[in-house]
Design a protein around this ligand. Sequence first.
Ligand SMILES: C[S+](C)CC[C@H](N)C(=O)O
Ligand SMILES: N[C@@H](CCS)C(=O)O
Ligand SMILES: [Zn+2]
Length: 331
Amino acid sequence: MVGMEKKAASASSLDDLIEKAGGCAVIDGGFATRLETHGAEINDPLWSALCLIKQPHLIKMVHLEYLEAGADILVTSSYQATIPGFISKGLSIEEGESLLDKSVKLAVEARDKFWDAIKKVPGHSYNRALVAASIGSYGAYLADGSEYSGNYGPAVNMQKLKEFHRHRLQVLVEAGPDLLAFETIPNKLEAQACVELLEEENINIPSWICFSSVDGENAPSGESFNECLEIINKSNKVHAVGINCAPPQFIESLICKFKELSEKAIVVYPNSGEVWDGRAKKWLPSKCFGDDKFELFATRWRDLGAKLIGGCCRTTPSTIQAISKVLKERS
Ligand SMILES: C[S+](C)CC[C@H](N)C(=O)O
Ligand SMILES: N[C@@H](CCS)C(=O)O
Ligand SMILES: [Zn+2]
């Protein structure tokens, strides 16, 4: 009974935010992308998580920029932050745990600082943001681009994926985020591992599970979203499903597909359209959508029923400002 009350209360924090935001809340944009703009060196197996060790002040700065731009939800710097990843840098388990905790604390501090200042400004149109702890896929940790292929090889089974996700999930939950954001999940097995872990760990923080997609129709593994969402639909621990870090031109039809396949809220935060070369560790020059296009897309995605909209890699605070402006009709 206590558990049920807790769940009902926590799920409503996301619903409340969506309502306060006028029916569609704004997520922040490319986090690693913005760190790089500020000179962060992230060409490393830890990618943006290297900044948790070396340049945490940049993390807070980027969170503040996205808040200023109008983000209702901040996604933390933990996408590629894992205990084994930190251990491979010579850190201890305790130090790794403390860095995961710090990823949430930095976002909470930025949110509180921004909100304390802005709430005193008469007529402001901001909402008190929520902090979503990023949980990047196993493929992100592998740092070989496999969050876009879903190909983890035959040795990676359910047990292995749960083992990978469990400890980080526990530490992030303990740090007190408002939401959990599973990002760039590329296959059905990992979606199922995440759903089962939320149950096994009895997590009562609202969560979303987002898939990447490279063909605009299926999960990167080639498995259909029908199969993937069937598993997620059975869980009342997952509050929203959607797509992140796929090109924007895929999003419209994927929202329509997801609406047919699930009653859960739909969350979309695509990248700029550029393609990640996992071997060279760089973005390939390719079709790239600017802020003006995101402004048009965001209205369309909202009208199609998306409840959470933002940007992923290679989008910037100005992209989020454009989305926020059009969704909240700010001038
Ligand atoms: C979303 S991708 C661009 C993140 C980086 C990737 N996991 C890598 O380490 O190469
Ligand atoms: N939250 C991460 C996702 C990378 S795909 C970021 O924005 O860097
Ligand atoms: Zn991305």
